[in-house]
Design a protein around this ligand. Structure first.
Ligand code: CTP
Length: 402
């Protein structure tokens, strides 16, 4: 995503101590970040840390002559392309909802024309209180974006909803709030992760796919304004903002979910590592060793799973269909054969034998293999950047189809 100007406004909740990490992640993603705080926030987070990470002075007072000399509060409001308020306390939500302007944060929030992303954090009873619910509803109706709060153990000792979302999740929501509209009107169906084929009640056949590549594609497509459906195998990743997620286990369940969603999809990206074989007769109980003869091995009979990509490519129509090829040798030749066999628009080939690309890492080395034989090889990139490259090509193909 291109560099954007993000104003991070920090309020006085204990979770404010997590905010330097958010600033670090936003800066790392290439954004220009400025921080403002309420006076209470200064009890929980050091302005020097925020200044060091953002590279910009931190403001906390409305009419401080020295601070106003640096950048006045209206210029700050105009500078921002996105304003993030975190951790948003119940008090701040109330003040934002009523449009108060009696400190720096509330004044800038009222003056800015940038979208507002709010990450609440508070005691569970405060979050559930009718007054807070009304304030949240009112802000939502006004188009304010929310991320979290998460459930769990709270600093006050209570359990429940009220934890600040992880900085990575807030950063992701920020990208979504800043989305462009290059895929607006498109419905992108993405499959991700592994499938799990039961052997018996407690065992299964699966693979090492973490789902990171497919989730990155779904997140990036949502940031480009597409409606996104993510059919995911069992992985432990948070659902990206603006994405509808359908969880499945087996290849057969993935096939059913994909076929159900296919009619409305204009783009299908099959990033999932689908099991090619499944046990013919999975047991309804746990298979016990003593049912096998002493010293004897166990021979499993496997059958082919449906090839979902080949099936949907047969009824492609105007749709753009992209496949993946996870290979360990002769990557391009194998991907070229796969492309011919599956009949999709192009194949994203990756060598999963390296430790810095492929399964369960944040980076990838891929090549795009096209039907005419053209091969584009990209350098090692983050999975999010690879997702961007894939969607750039899909946008071109969709432009051609439209
Ligand atoms: N795929 C699918 N259904 C399957 C197997 C694979 O839709 N039953 C899709 C994957 O999502 C991927 C592409 O087909 O987009 C290639 O998957 P891959 O496992 O690399 O290839 P296979 O067809 O399984 O061939 P092989 O295992 O022999 O390499």
């Amino acid at each position: 995503m291109a560099a954007r100007r993000i104003l991070v406004a920090i309020t006085g909740g204990i979770a404010a101590y997590k905010l330097p990490e958010l600033v670090r992640q936003l800066v790392r993603a290439g954004h220009s970040v400025r921080c403002i705080t309420t006076e209470a926030a200064l009890h929980f987070v050091s302005p020097l840390v925020l200044q060091s990470l953002s590279g910009k002075p931190v403001r906390s007072r409305l009419f401080d002559p020295a601070e106003e000399d640096g950048i006045d509060h209206i210029a700050l409001a105009d500078w921002a392309e996105l304003m993030i308020v975190a951790p948003a306390t119940a008090n701040v939500l109330a003040r934002l909802s009523y449009g108060l302007a009696d400190d720096l944060l509330s004044t800038v929030a009222l003056a800015t024309k940038a979208p507002l992303l709010v990450a609440p954090a508070m005691n569970v009873n405060m979050w559930n209180h009718a007054a807070t619910r009304t304030n949240v509803e009112r802000l939502r109706e006004r188009g304010v974006h929310f991320v979290g709060p998460d459930s769990g153990e709270l600093a006050c000792g209570w359990q429940g909803e009220g934890r600040l979302s992880d900085p990575a999740v807030i950063a992701e929501a920020a990208e979504f709030a800043l989305r462009t509209a290059t895929l607006e009107g498109e419905c992108v169906l993405v499959t991700a992760g592994r499938t799990r084929e039961p052997l018996d009640l407690v065992r299964s056949l699966t693979n090492r796919s973490s789902g990171k590549m497919g989730f990155a594609i779904a997140a990036e497509a949502a940031c480009r304004g597409a409606e996104v459906v993510l059919v995911s195998g069992p992985v432990s990743l948070p659902t990206p903002s603006g994405v509808r997620r359908i969880d499945i286990e087996s290849a057969e369940e993935m096939r059913s979910a994909v076929l159900r969603e296919l009619a409305r999809s204009t783009v299908v990206v099959k990033a999932a590592a689908v099991a090619d074989f499944r046990p013919v007769a999975p047991s309804k109980r746990k298979i016990k060793k003593e049912t096998l003869a002493e010293g004897e091995g166990w021979t499993l009979e496997l059958e082919r799973t449906p090839d979902i990509l080949a099936e949907i490519s047969r009824e492609k129509g105007d749709r753009v269909v992209v496949g993946f090829a996870a290979e360990t040798e002769d990557v391009i030749a194998a991907a070229t054969r796969k492309l011919a066999r599956k009949g999709c628009d192009f194949i994203v080939a990756n060598d999963v034998s390296h430790s810095d690309s492929g399964f369960d890492v944040d980076s990838n080395r891929v090549s795009f293999v096209w039907p005419a034989g053209e091969v584009e090889t990209l350098p090692k990139l983050s999975k999010r950047a690879v997702a961007g490259e894939i969607l750039d090509r899909i946008e071109k193909l969709r432009g051609g189809a439209a």
